[in-house]
Design a binder for this molecule. Structure first.
Ligand code: BGC
Length: 530
């Protein structure tokens, strides 16, 4: 009985302390009780950040807090800083082309698509939060018809449970979804006896061992599929799971999603040499001369590959660069202090859709606690890590109305709280989000510019002589976050001019459905390869 009584006393004390703390802030008894009632976790302390003690809380006014935020972000992506960042990144890329097994990974694709590739392919796209399966028909650039047609497309959400499927279980889940798509397809489409050719776009690092195979490497984005399977062949894993289900399919190509984006645009426009992805994660692919890499980067490849490969599509794994040179603030440090793998993808922590919301949340929560934003009450579910989605911010930043009524409705629907945010609160939230995303756009531009410089040097092209460079892009942040792509393009123009080139020399160009189409094109290129 003793422990029970002690526990009850503790609960009572915590309850009283929570009431007094909240009462001091809101000065309204009913509201206080409501706040605590809505958020029992305040009392239980579950999966939420510890509430700082009152002594730790430094009181500021809201305008002073805004000033603190402005100061912290000021100048982080000014011209000089960006030029230095681009130089630093280029140096890191060059080092990795020498001996880093994790990034600047040469694929097996040494030829860009000719544009004549044809056929029907099953395209798979394993992204950060969705698995998509598409049946794609390629007719070729000169066919006079639509070059690529999506005959069928299904999207499956990859939620927390799926992300936590370990090892083969994840690939079995994929096979089950592929089976569902094919079952629905059987009546409408002629499924002949020949296995259906599959191409896979994989949004994780992979060490390619041929056009159709590659060794599984560590995965970010909260996935556990690589658990116990590191170094195994990704093609075999998928093929085995599909064969177990009796599916008449054959893995013919595997590409990283950044390379898929490059292939998908190059199929339509033969001048494409760069691709950029910014969704949950970030990456870039670039077509570089083979001789710029140390031979060890290619592992063991057949002599015929080396005989014919003059250039190669490189999966840069841009997310992994930037260690020690990125423009950090106290909130980035806070994010990393509780990150399970803080050194794996330094650049992604600053720009990825998986992190932008979290950085903003950390700044906002500090503003609420120290400067009384949002009535001084942290909305209960915002105390959970990663509870503020980048997509929510994107919707809040899209609201151009003077009273920010849509932004308020969006915020309240996702983060209910007893004190609805005022227009001033929402303006402050937007200001924080704008700082965080503007910095991200600058960092992305520095990464792309660094790759552009690298390629120019490798091809002995002077910046002022560089021809118009297309960067095929895809990914939810670049596509949907208001003003992101435009800001990125502006930063790129600044950087190009700073290096002696002409404004507009690098142009970001949308690549629609790039992962699915790129996977199908990779399948077609591989089948021509034999
Ligand atoms: C992964 C890359 C991927 C990128 C975009 C990163 O987290 O490491 O392989 O291309 O996200 O999806």
């Amino acid at each position: 009985m003793q422990p029970f009584i002690a526990a009850m006393q503790k609960v009572r004390q915590a309850f009283l302390a929570a009431i007094i703390k909240s009462f001091l802030r809101t000065k309204h008894v009913l509201q206080t009780i409501l706040n605590i009632w809505i958020s029992p976790s305040i009392i239980k302390g579950e999966n939420v950040e510890a509430e700082p003690s009152t002594q730790e809380v430094r009181k500021l006014g809201a305008p002073e807090f805004v000033e603190v935020v402005n100061k912290a972000f000021h100048g982080l992506v000014g011209r000089k800083r960006l030029v230095a960042l681009s130089d630093g990144l280029r140096k890191q890329f060059l080092e990795s082309m020498f001996d880093n097994p994790q990034c600047m990974l040469p694929s097996y694709n040494h030829q860009l698509p000719s544009g004549d590739e044809q056929g029907t392919f099953l395209a798979l796209d394993v992204g950060g939060s969705t698995f998509r399966v598409g049946l794609i028909e390629l007719s070729g650039r000169k066919s006079g018809d639509e070059e690529c047609k999506i005959l069928k497309r299904s999207t499956f959400k990859i939620d927390k449970t799926v992300k936590q499927l370990k090892g083969v279980l994840f690939f079995d889940w994929m096979a089950e979804r592929i089976g569902e798509v094919l079952a629905g397809q059987a009546e409408g489409h002629d499924m002949s006896d020949a296995p259906l050719s599959m191409g896979l776009a994989w949004s994780f690092p992979i060490e390619q061992t041929s056009l159709r195979s590659g060794l599984l490497q560590g995965m970010g984005k909260g996935f556990l599929a690589a658990h116990g399977l590191l170094g195994q062949d990704l093609g075999d894993l998928i093929q085995d799971s599909c064969s177990k289900r009796g599916l008449n399919v054959q893995v013919d190509a595997i590409v990283n999603d950044s390379s898929a984006t490059l292939l998908s645009k190059a199929y339509l426009d033969s001048t494409t040499r760069f691709a950029l992805i910014l969704g949950t994660g970030v990456n870039a692919a670039v077509h570089l001369p083979v001789h710029t890499f140390s031979p060890s980067k290619f592992g063991i490849r057949p002599p015929e590959w080396h005989d014919s490969a003059k250039h190669v599509i490189v999966n840069t794994e841009l997310s992994m660069f930037g260690s020690g040179i990125l423009p950090s603030t106290q909130w980035d440090e806070l994010l990393l202090s509780v990150h399970p793998d803080p050194t794996f993808q330094p650049l992604e922590h600053f720009v990825g859709g998986g992190y932008l919301g979290e950085i903003v949340r950390l700044v906002l929560v500090e503003g609420i606690r120290t400067a009384g934003l949002f009535g001084g009450v942290v909305p209960p579910n915002l105390r959970e890590k990663y509870s503020l989605d980048t997509e929510t911010l994107s919707r809040i930043e899209s609201d151009r109305s003077p009273d920010l009524s849509t932004a308020q409705a969006v915020f309240m629907s996702r983060h209910p709280t007893t004190i609805p945010p005022t227009p001033t609160d929402l303006h402050t939230l937007r200001l924080i989000a704008a700082h965080v995303t503007h910095r991200a756009a600058g960092i992305i531009a520095a990464g792309v510019h660094a790759l552009w410089q690298l390629r120019n040097e490798a091809e002995s092209i002077l910046p002022q002589e560089s021809s118009h460079t297309l960067v095929a892009y895809n990914g939810s942040v670049l596509e949907n976050y208001p003003g992101f792509k435009v800001a990125c393009q502006k930063h790129l123009d600044t950087l190009v001019e700073a290096s002696g080139g002409t404004k507009g020399s690098i142009e970001l160009m949308y690549a629609e459905e790039s992962s699915l189409l790129g996977a199908a094109i990779a399948g077609a290129v591989a089948s021509l390869d034999g």
